[in-house]
Each structure stands twice: as structure tokens, then as C-alpha cells.
Design a protein around this ligand. Structure first.
Ligand code: MTE
Ligand code: MO
Length: 500
């Protein structure tokens, strides 16, 4: 290699400072996208995380769900952010090198904007957030070059880095605070549901009942969950404009029918307590919750289409999710557009979701767009990945509260058996040798609602094993045999060592 080409190579190779500025440009690109999109599918990280979740082998996904639960999906998001930053950083690196090679840094900046916008648009198909991403990448490159020209004692290389840091910081912080992302505000903003006075009054009185029936045990979640768990196939929730949304009944029907949001809202309103439990949770996990839902019987949508088949249905959603189950299970189903007196929050399926009493959470499809009547069984999203989560829930008694007092110990939790209901919860404080009946909360109206249980006893001298088991409304004691969540839901008696 002659001296000339060596110089060219050195000129093109990034030094540490340039590499760092490119990395900053990458961070700014992701921040810019977030500022405009918020945590929605238009945010570049969304599609990357989604693709990873879909493309990774199902063994890895299942391992993540069972071993890490919520953290598994957070890791997925963190990895996706890393990839997005990396991609924008490479764009910045490549384009600025090209700009230098052409002896025209501004051309490099413009190219980085063009490529940044292009890549973001390719991922999200959302114009504005993509422009924000690309421009942010370019701005960091441009400011870092600008600072080179400033007259000062600081070395040019250092000025470049400082300029990059300053603009990347300004863009990220500014975007985070002022952008649509709005900092760490959750997805749970919602507003009061606009329904008739009588329905509002019923909501208020049912929520009062739930509060009144909730046991006064310190640390025990009330009968209407304060924080309702969320499980999704994607990192970001779809943002749906209710005015443009509709749900259709298709497939083996006499006539396909489609309904707009306003049409559904005009069909009336009923209130129902329904509890949900995820098939992928751990035995004593926290993915079991209860809410008061407002909506209509789902068959009010299906009946007018006149199903020509008895077999089954596939529910499809705006996020690409789909689940199949027997039509008979749909017949008690509910279409909810309200939750606890509010408009159904985005995270729980706005504008409308299905609730299928007594069944595992996964067939309670959110962001519902299509009810397809099938002539033959098909696998849903999770069944394609090995799960068997379309059936009725297992009976469970959770042990979430242990209050150790001076001479008494109080234990408490929730029990749930879907539409079978809970008849009895028993507690053993000697590892299953003897059993006593727990106090249950008064049942709430509804066919698919959990109950709370509590039991208190004289504190023994020493460490002991507390075991809980429930009997469902059909008189069946929950099986003692333990099984993992995969593939058909956790089962077994919850036990916990208590130290007085
Ligand atoms: N469209 C759609 N619906 C969905 C899911 C999803 O990823 N997409 N997850 C399902 C799963 S696995 C569960 S447990 C429940 C959870 O409902 P929640 O997030 O309102 O608690 O929603 C179900 N409905
Ligand atoms: Mo689930």
C-alpha cells in the first residue's frame, strides 16, 4: 500500500471521536423517533422488537416467558433499542465518512438524513417520526462539524465530540420531555366512558360493591385490580382511531357484517365483572386480575351474520394477533369498550376487545378487528408456538400476603376458577398435614370473577410451611400435582415458608 492510499484509508477510518459522535447520532435518531411517535408502533423500536419476538425460535420465547415473565419482554425492548441505535449510528458513520471523502461534509449530513428517514420509514411506514429520526441523526453530525470551526483552546477533535454530545443531549432530553412520548407517562391515559346515566349509576354502584366486598387485609389487592397486568405479542400497542376502526364477522356465515365504533356504542351497554389470567404466568404469579367491563354481548354482532358452522371462530386483531376457539365458547362472550367506568385503555385493547368468560387470557383478543367463523379448526398465534391456552382456566389460590404480627399471622390472596367459581379455600400451616377453612370475600355478581381469601392463626414458635388450595363451585378440589405454565397453564398448590 503506498503512502497516498494509506492516508486515504486513515482519512476514511473513523477515529474514536468520530465513532462516538456517530453513536450519539444513533441515540438522537432513536430519541427523535420516540419524540414524535411515543411508545407506539410508529416508534422505530416497535417493529424491531416485534420482529424479534416473532422470528426467534418459539423455544426461546417460551423460555423467556416462563423464566423471566415481564422482564423477558423488557429485555426484548432493550435489545431492540440497541439495534435501532446501532443502525442509525452506522448510517451516521458511513455518511459522514462519505462526506469527508467527497470533501463536502454537508453532503454527508444530507445523506445521513436521507438514509435515516428512509430506514425509519421502511421499518414503521410512519412519515413524521421517520423524518424526526433522520433529521436528528443529521443534526448531531452537523453540530459536531460546526463546533470544529469554533475558535477555542480545546482541540478540534474534542470540540467535535462536545458538539455532538450537546446536540444529542438537547435533542434527546427535549424530545423526551416535549415530544409525544411525553416522558414515561404510561399507556394508561384514558377518559371517563360516555354512557347513559343509568349505566353510569350501575358502574358506580358495582365499583362500590367491589370496594365494600374487598377484605380489609393490609397489602391485599382489592377486588377490582388497581394495576391490571398486560400481556402482548408486541412491544408497542397499536394506536387505533375509533372513527376509522370497524369489526367484521366473516367466513362461514350467511352474510358478512361489519360494525363501526359508533354503531357498536349505539347497540347498548351492559356491565360485567370479568377476571383474566394468563396461561404463561407462574403458579403464584401476578397475571391474574379483575375489572368491571362495559360493552355488549358479542353474539349481538355475530348472530346477524348467521353462522353456517358450529365449529369454531378465529378472532383477529389490529396488532397481527389471532386466536381460535370453539364457537360455543364465544356464545357467552362479551365485547368490551369500557373498563372500570373509563374508555377502554389502549393497553387493554382500545377501541374494543373480546372477553371470553372462564378461558385463559390469550383468547380475550384486544384491538379486535375480525370474527371469522371457521369450518375447521386452526391454530392460533400461541398454539402455533406450542401452547394450549384456548381452554378453560385451571383453579388457583394465590398466596400474596403474609402479615406477621406479635402473636398472630395473617395470610391472604385471591382465588379463581373461571366460570366454575370458588366455593372454598383451605389453608394449612403445617405443610399440608391439617387444613382449615379461610374466610372468603362476598362474591361479586358475574360468572367469571375471582374472590379474595384470608386466614389468621396463632404464630407458631418456628418456621413453618403455609399451603393453600381451592375448591371450585363444582366441588372439585384443585389438583395438588404441580405443572409448569407451558403448555397448558400452571397448576398445583401454592406454598410458602413463613418465619414468625
Ligand atoms: N390483540 C391482542 N390481544 C391479546 C394479546 C395480544 O398480544 N394481542 N394478548 C393476549 C394474552 S396472552 C392475554 S393474557 C390477555 C391479557 O389481557 P390484558 O393485557 O388486558 O391483561 O390479552 C390477550 N389478548
Ligand atoms: Mo396470556
Amino acid at each position: 500500500m503506498n503512502a497516498g492510499s494509506l492516508r486515504t484509508v486513515r482519512r476514511l477510518l473513523p477515529d474514536a471521536g468520530r465513532a462516538f459522535v456517530s453513536l450519539l447520532a444513533g441515540v438522537a435518531g432513536v430519541a427523535g423517533s420516540y419524540a414524535v411517535a411515543g411508545f407506539t408502533p410508529s416508534f422505530v423500536v416497535g417493529p424491531i422488537a416485534g420482529t424479534m419476538a416473532r422470528q426467534l425460535p418459539s423455544e426461546i420465547i417460551t423460555f423467556g416467558i416462563v423464566q423471566f415473565g415481564e422482564i423477558g419482554s423488557q429485555l426484548n425492548v432493550v435489545a431492540a433499542i440497541g439495534i435501532a441505535v446501532g443502525v442509525f449510528a452506522l448510517v451516521a458513520l458511513g455518511c459522514s465518512a462519505l462526506g469527508r471523502r467527497l470533501d463536502a461534509p454537508p453532503v454527508g449530513v444530507l445523506l445521513s438524513i436521507a438514509f435515516g428517514v428512509g430506514i425509519a420509514f421502511g421499518l414503521t411506514a410512519a412519515p413524521l417520526p421517520s423524518i424526526a429520526a433522520g433529521v436528528s441523526v443529521g443534526v448531531v453530525l452537523a453540530t459536531s462539524d460546526l463546533f470544529i470551526g469554533v475558535d477555542s483552546d480545546v482541540s478540534p477533535a474534542r470540540r467535535r465530540v462536545l458538539g455532538g454530545v450537546a446536540s444529542a443531549l438537547a435533542l434527546s432530553v427535549g424530545g423526551f420531555v416535549f415530544g409525544r412520548g411525553g416522558g414515561l407517562r404510561g399507556t394508561e391515559e384514558t377518559s371517563e366512558l360516555d354512557v347513559s346515566q343509568s349505566i353510569t349509576a350501575e358502574i358506580d354502584s358495582l365499583l362500590d360493591d367491589a370496594e365494600g366486598n374487598s377484605l380489609a387485609v393490609s397489602g391485599l389487592e382489592p377486588l377490582v385490580s388497581e394495576e391490571f397486568y398486560e400481556v402482548d405479542i408486541n412491544a408497542t400497542d397499536p394506536t387505533i382511531d375509533a372513527e376509522e376502526w370497524s369489526v367484521s364477522v366473516t367466513g362461514a356465515v350467511e352474510e358478512e357484517v361489519s360494525y363501526t365504533y359508533d354503531e357498536i356504542r349505539a347497540m347498548g351497554a351492559e356491565n360485567r365483572f370479568v377476571s383474566l389470567r394468563c396461561v404463561g404466568e407462574s403458579l403464584n404469579g401476578k397475571k391474574l386480575d379483575n375489572a368491571l367491563w362495559t360493552g355488549i354481548p358479542i353474539m349481538d354482532l355475530v348472530d346477524p351474520a348467521v353462522p353456517a358452522e358450529e365449529c369454531c371462530v378465529m378472532l383477529r386483531a389490529a396488532d397481527g394477533f389471532y386466536e381460535e376457539f370453539p364457537l360455543s365458547a364465544l356464545s357467552d362472550g362479551f365485547l368490551a369498550y369500557g373498563m372500570n367506568g373509563d374508555v377502554l385503555p389502549r393497553g387493554h385493547g382500545y377501541p374494543a376487545r373480546a372477553l371470553i368468560p372462564g378461558h385463559w387470557g390469550e383468547i380475550n383478543v384486544k384491538w379486535l378487528t375480525e370474527i371469522e367463523v371457521l369450518e375447521q379448526e386452526q391454530d392460533g398465534y400461541w398454539e402455533e408456538r406450542g401452547w394450549h391456552g384456548t381452554g378453560p382456566v385451571n383453579t388457583v389460590a394465590k398466596l400474596h400476603v403474609v402479615n406477621v404480627g406479635e402473636d398472630r399471622i395473617e395470610v391472604a390472596g385471591h382465588a379463581y376458577a373461571g366460570t366454575r367459581g370458588i366455593e372454598r379455600v383451605e389453608v394449612s400451616t403445617d405443610g399440608g398435614g391439617s387444613w382449615s377453612e379461610a374466610t372468603l370475600s362476598e362474591p361479586l355478581p358475574g360468572d367469571d370473577v375471582w374472590r379474595q381469601w384470608t386466614y389468621s392463626y396463632d404464630a407458631p414458635e418456628s418456621e413453618h410451611e403455609v399451603v393453600v388450595r381451592a375448591t371450585d363451585g363444582e366441588g372439585t378440589l384443585q389438583p395438588k400435582e404441580e405443572s409448569e405454565a407451558f403448555p397448558s397453564g400452571p397448576s398445583g398448590w401454592v406454598s410458602r415458608t413463613v418465619r414468625p
